[in-house]
Design a protein around this ligand. Structure first.
Ligand code: NAI
Length: 251
């Protein structure tokens, strides 16, 4: 893909699901990939899969909800690979399903700290590194949960709406630096997060894909394709966009 080959790409939450599929796709497009995750085992497995496919990747441990950890991540990536060109801020957690009257403030803070705070901290520390290179691209993982409402997962939905707002405002702020900032808004994707939600139950899966025009879950690679395109020079006039990749959920 035009404008990815030879670049340094950082992906958080790359030890599983959408992040892993995107790390593989970045490498396939010729980027060197920094695989960042809280889960070392999952991250190292992604590095192994990238290497097996002939790509170059290294694992970096990070907790995206901790500023010192995020700052150290960006510094380590820059010193290891000589700079940073594109970043996929994707790490996220689902929280505990239930009505707002049953939601604890502790759970709210945990979900918002990781899903929104993590994107804030990563963006804050990536931008100086991207400016050093004269520009770059950031893609944040929001969700259809950042575009519409639904019952029983209010901290998650609020956090993802926050990611959309953060993406739009930072896109305006850094456009003059040659940095594009977009969000991807996946529908239901077949990953461990969704398996935890459905408990592997086919009827539960049918229920959550029912609002999508295409009544199936996406393969993580279908989200990765959109992310890598948004990061590439082929999307050179696209910024501030929360892009649904949702099988027609919001159609
Ligand atoms: P997943 O659970 O398979 O992967 C999430 C990864 O994030 C894991 O490797 C986990 O260790 C990592 N992570 C969690 N907390 C972290 C932290 N504090 N610091 C660093 N890494 C951390 O989930 P999936 O489905 O791949 O989700 C990726 C993103 O996509 C999330 O932001 C999620 O909210 C979003 N999303 C997922 C959808 C789906 O249907 N699977 C739909 C829409 C959005």
């Amino acid at each position: 893909m035009d404008g990815i080959s030879g670049k340094v790409a950082l992906a958080t939450g790359a030890g599983s699901g959408i992040g892993r599929a995107t790390a593989l796709r970045f490498a396939e497009a010729g980027a060197t990939v920094a695989v960042a995750d809280l889960d070392e085992e999952g991250g190292e497995e992604t590095v192994r899969l990238v290497s097996e496919a002939g790509g170059e990747a290294e694992f970096f441990a990070v907790d995206v909800s901790d500023e010192e950890s995020v700052k150290a991540l960006v510094d380590d990536v820059v010193s290891t690979f000589g700079g940073l060109d594109v970043a996929f801020n994707n790490a996220g957690i689902e929280g505990t399903p239930g009505p707002i009257t049953d939601q604890s403030f502790e759970d709210w803070k945990r979900v918002v700290d990781v899903n929104l705070g993590g994107v804030f901290l990563c963006t804050k520390h990536e931008i100086p590194a991207l400016r050093e290179r004269g520009g770059g691209a950031i893609v944040n993982t929001a969700s259809i949960a950042g575009l519409v409402g639904a019952a029983d997962l209010s901290p998650y939905y609020a956090s993802k709406h926050g990611v959309v707002g953060l993406t739009k405002s930072v896109a305006v702020e850094v456009a003059d630096d040659g940095i594009r900032v977009n969000a991807v808004c996946p529908g239901v994707v077949d990953t461990p997060m969704v398996s935890r939600f459905t408990g592997g139950d086919d009827a539960a899966m049918e229920g959550i894909v029912a609002p999508q025009a295409m009544k199936r879950a996406a393969d993580p690679s279908e989200i990765a394709a959109a992310v890598v395109w948004l990061c590439s020079d082929e999307a050179s006039f696209v910024t501030g966009v929360p892009m649904p990749v949702d099988g027609g959920y919001v159609a």
